[in-house]
Design a binder for this molecule. Structure first.
Ligand code: FES
Ligand code: FES
Length: 167
């Protein structure tokens, strides 16, 4: 069954007709030509398709497009303010947080989402003290970014970039 929907992507309303079984990732990439989120595994295992949905990170291969009509979907391409990069994008550049770049848009969206989680004081499995603010230390960053794989192994740069962006 096909339905007409409008997705709000990177601040723009994008009307389209989709089969109700279309994932958000396929709607973005195949139907709207929004190629920042990448299809790595299509099974929720690699994180390369990560986008922000109303500011929270989501693996777009695991959710249907029709479920997001009223949501604000932000991809890594939509994070910059004109020519000015988002601080997380800039930090990835400054710290070589990538090699081939395939995983990078997902890593960046995930990093933006996790920094917001830290700001809100949401604990993770790595949080030792559940009573105070949560620090962006390396253990915390690695734990929270564990859903984003990098086949190039650029993890040292990724962690350094997020540590810097957190500051
Ligand atoms: S493509 Fe979505 S998690 Fe791998
Ligand atoms: S930079 Fe190549 S997969 Fe991460």
């Amino acid at each position: 069954m096909e339905v007409d929907i409008t997705l709000r992507v990177d601040g723009e309303d994008r009307p389209l007709r989709v089969d109700t079984r279309t994932t958000l990732l396929d709607a973005l990439r195949e139907r709207l030509g929004v190629t920042a989120p990448k299809k790595g595994c299509d099974h929720g295992q690699c994180g390369s398709c990560t986008v922000l949905v109303n500011g929270r990170r989501a693996t777009s291969c695991l959710t249907f497009a029709v479920a997001h009509e009223d949501d604000e979907v932000t991809t890594a391409a939509g994070l910059a303010d004109g020519d000015r990069l988002h601080p997380v994008q800039q930090a990835f550049l400054d710290h070589d947080g990538y090699q081939c770049g395939f995983c990078t848009p997902g890593q960046i969206c995930s990093a933006v989402g996790m920094l917001d989680e830290l700001k809100k004081g949401w604990p993770s499995h790595a949080t030792a003290d559940l009573t105070g603010p949560v620090d962006a230390d390396d253990d915390e960053i690695r734990e929270r970014m564990s859903g984003n794989l990098c086949r190039c192994g650029a993890y040292a740069g990724i962690v350094a970039a997020i540590r810097e962006a957190a500051r």
